[in-house]
Design a protein around this ligand. Structure first.
Ligand code: 3PG
Length: 210
């Protein structure tokens, strides 16, 4: 089965936690990178939910001390822009065969979102074994992932959507969870207030739970 590049799997398995960030302004990218590195979590997913995404990915990807993924990738155009900007892997909220086949043909690491066994089968048929489980809490949370492990023993998941400090440990304890993603560590409010110390503290608090 085609899978992610070993270095991508190694980074996700090492960090186990991916701050999901929608940056309102690319000027926030550098201080955000500094805060994540200072907290000890040199890993980030920048979503294509704001016009600043591409530039922010380019700024952060220049750093050798950060693993940068692009999130909310919906179209091939965004995938191309993310890769050109230096993103190491792409995450998408759903399983789009056209997007996935383009990524596979171009040796681009893609982690598509799945919410049901039917989505999982589709992603498997396309050759993938590392999938985003989204929206995790809404779709049944850790108990859904436990149930999914029965028919799909070889798969690894990155649950995202509704994960916070309160339930992070429940997800990370599951053998089929490679890493978790979430926006609670880098909130819009903290970004708008340029509160990078607050971001660092939230990331440090999350890491203390692992
Ligand atoms: C994502 O894009 O992966 C999610 O929107 C993050 O979900 P959260 O905001 O509930 O953490």
């Amino acid at each position: 089965m085609a899978d992610l590049k070993p270095e991508t799997v190694a980074a996700l398995a090492k960090h186990r936690l991916i701050p999901v960030v929608s940056l309102p302004d690319a000027e926030l990218a550098e201080p955000l990178g500094d805060a994540l590195v200072a907290a000890g979590l040199p890993c980030v997913e920048i979503t294509f939910r704001t016009p600043a995404a591409e530039k922010a990915i380019r700024i952060l990807s220049r750093r050798v001390d950060l693993f940068v993924a692009a999130g909310t990738v919906l179209h091939r155009d965004q995938a191309q822009r993310a890769i050109d900007a230096g993103a190491r892997c792409l995450l998408s909220p759903g399983t789009d065969p056209t997007l996935i086949q383009w990524c596979l043909a171009n040796h681009v690491d893609i982690i598509p979102g799945v919410a049901t066994p039917t989505d999982i089968l589709l992603a498997m048929r396309l050759g993938l074994s590392t999938l985003k489980f989204f929206p995790a809490e809404t779709m049944g949370g850790p108990s859904a992932l436990r149930a999914i492990a029965g028919p799909f023993p070889g798969l690894r998941f990155i649950p995202t959507g509704g994960i916070t400090s309160d339930n992070l440990g429940d997800y990370l304890a599951l053998p089929n969870v490679l890493a978790c993603g979430g926006s609670w560590m880098v909130t819009q409010q903290l970004l708008e207030q340029r509160d990078f110390d607050g971001i660092r503290q939230r990331v440090t608090a999350a890491l203390s739970l692992m």
